[in-house]
Design a protein around this ligand. Structure first.
Ligand code: MN3
Length: 202
């Protein structure tokens, strides 16, 4: 069985004005589709065929660049689409809010930490909010299509929120203004989904 490009649960223009339809169309239909087909090519006929993407990434041989880049790209974008919603924004509630307050002091302090991770990732990469077993949350960033599930990546736990800071994610609408894109992302975060991921993975 091979991996398939997941459908979006909202229209490509549904996240406007924060993320524009053209960016969504290219990002999902070209970039994510490309990672998906290249991942399938990379695992075809190997012992990785038939495994879940989580299993592949957790046990990844980092020197396997094709699986590292395309498996990461497949997983990271799948999460990215899921943690956004046209009805998003605001702040989390419940036990995720408690965990964020405990780790960062306040939601605003979390937002600053996450925005700094996203803004400070040199070149292409991702900013993450991760949960550790036991419920502690942490912010970190990774280069390229790496992610916290991969071994010894310097960023641990299970990602429950991810922000793509590759230029392909924002350049059409924001050009070089990555901080504006990061700020706009907070208007579309699907905190219900992030909270569900927190509960499932804590
Ligand atoms: Mn991308």
């Amino acid at each position: 069985m091979s991996f398939t490009l997941p459908e979006l649960s909202y229209a490509k223009d549904a996240l406007e004005p924060h993320i524009d339809a053209k960016t969504m169309e290219i990002h999902h239909g070209k970039h994510h589709a490309g990672y998906t087909s290249k991942l399938n090519n990379a695992i075809e006929g190997t012992n990785l065929e038939g495994k879940t993407i989580e299993n592949i990434l957790i046990n990844l041989d980092l020197s396997n660049k094709a699986v590292r880049n395309n498996g990461g790209g497949y997983y990271n974008h799948r999460l990215f689409w899921e943690v956004m919603s046209p009805n998003g924004g605001g702040e989390p509630t419940g036990e995720l809010a408690d965990a964020i307050n405990e780790a960062f002091g306040s939601f605003e302090a979390f937002k600053d930490t996450f925005s700094n991770a996203a803004g400070g990732q040199f070149g292409s990469g991702w900013a993450w909010l991760c949960v550790h077993k036991g419920g502690k949350v942490e912010v970190c960033s990774t280069p390229n299509q790496d992610n916290p599930l991969m071994p010894s990546i310097g960023c641990e736990g299970t990602p429950i929120l991810g922000l793509d800071v590759w230029e392909h994610a924002y350049y059409l609408n924001y050009q070089n203004r990555r901080p504006d894109y990061v700020n706009a992302f907070f208007n579309v975060i699907n905190w219900e989904k992030v909270s569900a991921l927190y509960t499932q993975n804590k």
